[in-house]
Ligand binder design. Sequence first.
Ligand code: GDP
Ligand code: IMO
Ligand code: MG
Length: 428
Amino acid sequence: MSSKVDVLLGLQWGDEGKGKIVDVLTPHYDVIARFQGGPNAGHTLEFNNIKHVLHTIPSGIFHPGKKNIVGNGVVIDPVILKKEIDALVKMGVDINAQLYVSRKAHIILPTHCALDMASEADKGKKKIGSTLKGIGPTYMDKTGRNGLRVGDLFISNFQERYNSLKAKHERILEQYDFEYDISEKEALWHEGVELLKKLRIIDSEHYVNREMNAGKRVLAEGAQGSLLDIDFGSYPFVTSSNTISAGACTGLGVAPNKIGDVIGIFKAYCTRVGSGPFPTELHDADGDLMRKEGNEFGATTGRPRRCGWIDLPALKYAIMINGVTQLNMTKADVLSVFDEIKVCTHYEYEGNRIDYLPYDINSDDLSPVYITVPGWKKDLTNLHDEENFPVELSSYITLLENELQVPITVVSVGPNRNQTILRKPIHA
Ligand code: GDP
Ligand code: IMO
Ligand code: MG
């Protein structure tokens, strides 16, 4: 019997703990496939005293025998991919057996990164806060129909096409007051390309559909978060791809009627890295405490993450856009330090109380309305079953489930693989 693709994605502004949860769920799947984004992502996994951050490679890679696919919707920087592969090979991962790359995935050029930096520098105070990995310029070339794809690496005039695209970028870069030197990166890039050519390059849309038709279980792994989606996020402070569940259809070649569960990951509070609106952001000691307890520093850039209370109107929006069928809550343990926890249930906007995200979430006239609930003030990091949850944590979960109308099936209480409580069997 043919199966469907389950999609796992972030419901906030990224870094919800997607990598950790994908790693936990991988034993229940046969194939893990990334469908969008690129090395702007940093997905952290922890197990057996190993802490590892993945950028391009799906988070199922540490489970021998599981297939990991970099889908057509992903943009690949060969320099970063090579670094990731070199590190995994050292750790004993069988890349040849486990990693597959779509022929249709687009390639990030060194000049794409230079363009990203020049554009951000030019924006000054209005900068997006990009990770500067060349994501925006690469997707612009994709939609502008100029891009280079993995399959192009094998055609005879590849170098010519590379030179021509690089020259085009150099002409654009001349318009910026920006100095750059890509010579070192370019040499590494060519090394990366040579490695990329030796990987298993596939028509991933056919591959994924064949696996599904054979009844294999496929999990699509999202990057970034729904509020960074190019269409539905806090534009222009977003990334350049569709991070929502629909992105799994275009980023893997899976038809909408082949999507099964949509697993939405959210933190028990909220964070954002980079610029842009964040209604529940805390600028006080509570925010500092969340950052410290949650170790909220970017996995890709090391930047401190902005922290704040959970935002239900924003989560409801993300649940609607994605068609979320299951919620997974991470970092519940981080809230153990607080006597009281705040939950944003509404916004005050232009004199009215609303429970949805307005078009202009940048507005100075938008402020969160909170309810306050008691904290649990107990260490959760050694919990293994729900029976031992403090009553205040159970009430917090019930409150969120009632508000969001979707069951919370997984609660994560620490960064490690085994600090995870399943409230319902996977594939029940
Ligand atoms: P991703 O981009 O969604 O995969 O998330 P990141 O890896 O960028 O950031 C999540 C961070 O939180 C990582 O450092 C994880 O190791 C850590 N983490 C994940 N789940 C939990 C949890 O339940 N509790 C705590 N304390 N840390 C967690
Ligand atoms: P993961 O997959 C958090 C943010 C950047 C910036 C904006 C645009 O680890 O959750 P880009 O480099 O895409 O041009 O940056 O998006 N951003 C992320 N924030 N987690 C991520 O990925 C992110 N990827 C991009 O900080 O605000
Ligand atoms: Mg991350």
